[in-house]
Design a protein around this ligand. Structure first.
Ligand SMILES: Nc1ncnc2c1ncn2[C@@H]1O[C@H](COP(=O)(O)OP(=O)(O)O)[C@@H](O)[C@H]1O
Ligand SMILES: [Mg+2]
Length: 252
């Protein structure tokens, strides 16, 4: 069963149909890229999945549960994280502190103090810190653990944002143009990280304009145009799909 499953999802903004009967699955351990011309509905798709805009029709299941109509925080607590196009880190906090905010969101949902008393709560906090440091090592961020996030490069900030989502136990990452503003070395690093997260069972849905990156990193690609899904398939299938060629050629 797919981790995320959309069935006939429709979103309308006062008359404009921004998403028209979209059915789409995202699997654990895979990168699904969503591409399409400007205004195609890519960001709206993310907003609908993460609960930022209501559906006018259809349904969305995450891990077998209907999530349409749930508030944003409830969806996020189930293990889904959406990144934003600009920023997403707390600039005044260090890298480590940013990641700890992800962990504390997870811990805050459990009444540690009530269950274990103060000593138990302290122990939980120490463990959280250890886990955060482990994640920083895995992501290659350990050397900048104590630098304020605002001093980091765009690529490093993006990785901090992803690390924080992992700390909060995200199982599905929705990444909106994560490669914007990154150097080519940072892009390479980001792609390697995304592949690695997939190999550990995370599902990734990616909106990205950098076609080279999309082709290299994705298992499947979905193509939106005017709110409609015009193609889905492997990078190879999509690259040669007539409707896709027409949508892109028609735009320029
Ligand atoms: N909050 C909103 N209110 C009204 N129209 C919106 C809103 N968000 C997006 N739209 C419209 O929906 C369509 C899809 O937009 P969007 O999802 O941002 O496209 P993309 O991310 O693919 O560029 C566009 O026509 C856009 O103007
Ligand atoms: Mg967009």
């Amino acid at each position: 069963m797919a981790l995320l499953s959309l069935k006939n999802v429709r979103v309308a903004f006062s008359g404009l149909t921004a998403l028209d009967s979209i059915s789409l699955d995202a699997e654990a351990g895979q990168v699904l890229a969503v591409i399409g011309p400007n205004g195609a509905g890519k960001s709206t798709l993310f907003n609908a999945i993460a609960g930022y805009v209501p559906l006018a029709g259809g349904s969305i299941q995450f891990d077998g549960r209907d999530i349409q109509g749930l508030p944003i925080h409830a969806i996020s607590a189930l293990g889904m994280r959406r990144s934003f196009q600009n920023g997403g880190v707390f600039g005044a906090m260090t890298t480590l502190e940013n990641v700890l905010t992800g962990l504390s969101q997870r811990i805050a949902s459990k009444p540690m103090g009530l269950l274990f008393g103060l000593a138990g709560a302290r122990r939980a906090e120490a463990e959280a810190r250890e886990h955060a440091v482990e994640l920083l090592h895995m992501m290659g961020l350990a050397a900048i653990a104590h630098r304020p996030a605002r001093e980091l490069s765009a690529g490093q900030q993006r990785l901090v944002e992803i690390t924080r989502a992992l700390a909060a136990r995200a199982r599905l990452l929705l990444l909106d143009e994560p490669a914007v503003g990154l150097t080519s070395a940072e892009r390479e690093h980001l792609m390697a990280i995304l592949r690695r997260l997939c190999s550990e069972g995370i599902a990734i849905v990616l909106v990205e304009h950098a076609v080279d990156m999309v082709m290299a990193v994705s298992d499947r690609i979905a193509v939106l145009n005017y709110g409609k899904l015009i193609a889905t398939g492997s990078p190879q299938e999509v690259r040669t799909h007539p409707a896709v060629l027409e949508a892109y050629l028609g735009q320029s």
